[in-house]
Design a protein around this ligand. Structure first.
Ligand code: ADP
Length: 216
């Protein structure tokens, strides 16, 4: 399957994407994670991306599209993929369409995760991520690690993402409403959108997502 995941920051896209990718046996491609990997390796791309990310803004399309294209062209993505965080505006959606068209392939579904604003703010404020593997995500009250500051899975250090501060979160939500939400209408016109609630226990949301995708 070829799936795009959309939803506001804090809706649980990363958490659900990891689980769905495993169940569906397709790679999870997260542009946010790719940028963070570049930042920790201190690449030129990482240095460029960091200033935009820390401010809560989108990284310019040109570099984002090139990076996403490069990742999607790797051999593990031939049979399908789950895109998390890309496309994030209408121009990126157009670029993705072009790329798929050249390859003669199509998206199967756009999974839209819905969560109320006060909930996503709470989730982001308490989010802690493992430095060793950004798929290991905790929350100080909703899913605390056994030992504070230490990843249960691999023992890595847990930290708060630079862009998870309260002031940056507001900008990210604003950017989501103005730039990312319009892609839902873009894909709705193609009959691809399935919307589910991102509220409730993680397992329940995954089950809901799999159920919604089975119709596609
Ligand atoms: P979240 O969905 O929780 O906001 P992500 O990890 O997906 O977090 O993204 C973090 C940041 O990375 C974004 O705020 C943005 O600066 C940058 N980013 C990720 N994906 C894209 C994209 N497709 N286009 C531009 N910037 C992006």
């Amino acid at each position: 399957m070829r799936i795009v995941l959309v939803g506001p920051p804090g809706a649980g896209k990363g958490t659900q994407a990891t689980r769905l990718a495993e169940k569906l046996r397709i790679p999870h491609i997260s542009t946010g994670d790719l940028f963070r990997a570049n930042i920790s390796r201190q690449t030129e791309l990482g240095k460029l991306a960091k200033s935009y990310m820390d401010a809560g803004n989108l990284v310019p399309d040109e570099v984002t599209i090139a990076m996403a294209k490069d990742r999607m062209e790797q051999s593990d993505a031939e049979g399908g993929f789950l895109l998390d965080g890309f496309p994030r505006n209408v121009s990126q959606a157009g670029a993705l369409d072009e790329l798929l068209q050249t390859e003669g392939i199509k998206l199967d579904a756009v999974l839209d995760l819905e969560a109320p604003e006060d909930e996503v703010v709470k989730r982001i404020a308490g989010r802690r991520v493992c430095r060793k593997d950004s798929a290991h995500v905790f929350h100080v009250t909703y899913s605390p690690p056994k030992q504070e500051g230490v990843c249960d899975v691999c023992g890595g250090e847990l930290y708060q993402r630079d862009d998870d501060s309260e002031s940056t979160v507001r900008t990210r939500l604003e950017v989501y409403h103005t730039q990312t939400e319009p892609i839902i209408d873009y894909y709705r016109a193609q009959g691809l959108v399935v919307t589910i609630s991102a509220m409730g226990p993680v397992d329940e949301v995954t089950a809901r997502a799999l159920e919604a995708l089975s119709g596609k």
